[in-house]
Design a protein around this ligand. Structure first.
Ligand code: ADP
Ligand code: MG
Length: 240
């Protein structure tokens, strides 16, 4: 479904991604792990063209999105992204945060968008927060609204960049619970995370990145019990 071929990314003279080649199947859940600065965020951002790859190709369902004339807006609609910081619109209610893009960008009927938003709020466990403003929500609730907002565009792939890193420990669980639920719906997902237990339990595949290279790509059981590279062994030693 998503095919990445020899992807590189440089910022000026600084090469951040060194030829990443991989393939993500429909419904696959990938956990991206690796040291800080290894290129995890840059890799995710290339997938929805928030960054322009320097060389290499990304193909989604047979359409190469790295061609100069690719439909960038269309790609971003199909690939939702959730960030560490929630980026909700502070002056809008939760419901309006969720409905604005479907109405403005997808030209969905407002009634339909609101019905859908309520269903999504139920899905993320916030059915009673539709009329609240973000400032009244906890971090975990804000992140769940951000997930609902992203889902409102009906993406077929979701990218999460450290979705729980800005949260107090007691709120991490509720967000991971929502992401797990999403995995069970068959959503294709790539998740940058430092939550190793979650990665091990929820992902189909672990990607270990180091210095811009995809050093290991393995099933969780195999990666966590038998990491192959010196670098992954050292990393796991530090985080487990
Ligand atoms: P990770 O998410 O694994 O911590 P990043 O993808 O954020 O790593 O960053 C990888 C490297 O790319 C880092 O050295 C970082 O400083 C650099 N980098 C990321 N974004 C930019 C940018 N917009 N301009 C210049 N350098 C960047
Ligand atoms: Mg990052």
């Amino acid at each position: 479904m998503i095919k990445v071929d020899n992807l590189t990314k440089s910022f000026g003279k600084h090469q951040v991604l060194h030829g990443i080649t991989t393939q993500v199947e429909k419904g696959e859940v990938v956990a991206l792990i690796g040291p800080s600065g290894s290129g995890k965020s840059t890799f995710l951002r290339c997938l929805n063209l928030l960054e322009t790859p320097t060389t290499g190709t990304i193909t989604i369902d047979g359409v190469e999105i790295t061609k100069p004339k690719a439909d960038i807006a269309g790609v971003r609609q199909r690939i939702g992204m959730v960030f560490q910081h929630f980026h909700l619109f502070p002056h809008m209610t939760v419901l309006d945060n969720i409905t604005i893009a479907p109405i403005e960008v997808k030209k969905m009927q407002p009634d339909e968008a609101r019905t859908k938003a309520h269903a999504l709020l139920t899905q993320v466990g916030l059915a009673d927060k539709a009329d609240s403003y973000p400032s009244r929500l906890s971090g975990g609730q804000k992140q769940r609204v951000a997930i609902a907002r992203s889902l409102a565009m009906e993406p077929d792939t979701m990218l999460f960049d450290e979705p729980t890193s800005a949260l107090d420990p007691e709120m991490v669980k509720e967000v991971l619970h929502v992401i797990r639920g999403l995995a069970q719906t068959g959503m294709t997902m790539l998740i940058v995370t430092h939550e190793m237990k979650f990665a091990r339990e929820a992902a189909n595949t672990i990607y270990f990145l180091d210095q811009g290279r995809l050093v290991e790509r393995a099933a969780p059981e195999s990666f966590f019990t038998r990491p192959q590279s010196e670098r992954a062994i050292r990393f796991l030693d530090q985080v487990l």
